[in-house]
Design a protein around this ligand. Sequence first.
Ligand SMILES: C[S@@+](CC[C@H](N)C(=O)[O-])C[C@H]1O[C@@H](n2cnc3c(N)ncnc32)[C@H](O)[C@@H]1O
Length: 233
Amino acid sequence: MSLPVRVSEHPLNRHIYVVELEDGSSKLATLNMVPGKRVYGEKLYNIAGNEYREWVPYRSKLAAAILRGIRSVPLREGDKVLYLGAAAGTTVSHVSDVVGKSGRVYGVEFAPRVMRDFLLVVRDRSNVLPIFADARKPWEYAHLLELVDVLYVDVAQPEQASLTADNAHHFLKPGGKLFFAIKARSIDVTQEPTEVYKREIDTLKRGGFEIIDVVHLEPYDKDHAMVLAEYRG
Ligand SMILES: C[S@@+](CC[C@H](N)C(=O)[O-])C[C@H]1O[C@@H](n2cnc3c(N)ncnc32)[C@H](O)[C@@H]1O
């Protein structure tokens, strides 16, 4: 394995890092909140007394969006994040590293088997609250939540845009940001949007969102783009 030689803050976010390796390559990474623990088999790098976890763009659409040049990554230390479609916690774990101990990630997942894996991953992460619930029914977990700064949605369901609008209405601060993973097979989503894609974006706009940026995730993910939007309420 190539050894790490240097680490620097990512230009878009000072809690996301770029680790340079001795072979000249570089990797996206976050500071490991639980040193010594991997979440999905990612590499761990020790540099100057700190441990960083590689953030693998083939496994996490947010990492892919960052490497594909998304305009901004509005996740700050201390932010509260509502994450719909937590799955086994791959991306949640990196968001947890970025917002740090003063932040909080509410991770909603409705598949029992997946939830079991998610619970194991977040056991040691004091800033993650796993919620076993259906994201189409935000009122069922309203008692567990506060207003959040960021909404992250990756449920891979046809009704994703409408449940996003519903959840935003309940929990997202005005001016809050949205990361929305959207199905978009075409290589240039801005030139040949599918009907589904157009419908989803329209639903987001009607739900009070202003689109900031859309990046396609190829070559890391051939099927998706990431939409970044701001909530106008
Ligand atoms: C594409 S995966 C998410 C991957 C994850 N975002 C990551 O990067 O690690 C979609 C997940 O959403 C969950 N899901 C789908 N519909 C849901 C719903 N209505 N409520 C809660 N979770 C849902 C699925 O069970 C699945 O685990």
